[in-house]
Design a protein around this ligand. Sequence first.
Ligand SMILES: *Cc1c(COP(=O)(O)O)cnc(C)c1O
Length: 239
Amino acid sequence: MNDRADQLAAQLARVEERIAAACAGAGRDRADVTLIVVTKTYPADDVRLLAGLGVRQVAENRDQEAAAKAEECAELPLSWHFVGQLQTNKVRSVVRYADHVHSVDRLRLVGALSGAATAAGRELGCLVQVALDAGSGERGERGGVAPDAVGAIADAIASAEGLRLDGVMTVAPLAGQYAGQPRAAFDRLVEISSGLRETHPAANMVSAGMSQDLEHAVAAGATHVRVGTAVLGVRPRLR
Ligand SMILES: *Cc1c(COP(=O)(O)O)cnc(C)c1O
């Protein structure tokens, strides 16, 4: 073990404790919450160390960085989640390594993902990104669709070849009625998820919660938390 491995082990253990405590506080089974470690801006060496510490789910938000890292880590037993805003011209690359895309927020992207996944002979898990600060017909500042557009995108994913509808994702909004109210935001996401599961019962992933607010997400019912900073450290650049 080197210093970095020790540091990652300690920080990962602290995050594990936080998730376990949040589950206990909410009366939830620890096994019902999956930790996804967001490795953006950190090198493949860190991903390798994390894999050695038992991490199996990692996330990235930029294709150029993610594609190279996933290739360097190809022999590791990892699932890759793409959580960033996604341009259609990056889709062909993303479907090569990603098992899940959490940021599906427009019909054109559904079509592009379907074409690329089918061409690559892969089935891609898709989550609809919900922008809780977006009004009807609007899109979120950081991607995502308004709550009233979730159904249409979900239906498109569910009927698209090569895609599987897995659930919904959000980032706690910095503006609007949910600004500074992560618990209320995540409660709303869980409500949207319940509505979605009336027509798509298998779409049970609820991806919410980051380093700062994972306890709120677990309390609200998130099934997947996406944690970067608390495991890897403060990123040198904001992305
Ligand atoms: C970076 C990022 C995270 C992790 O954020 P931290 O605050 O570093 O834990 C989670 N979700 C998305 C979509 C991100 O881009």
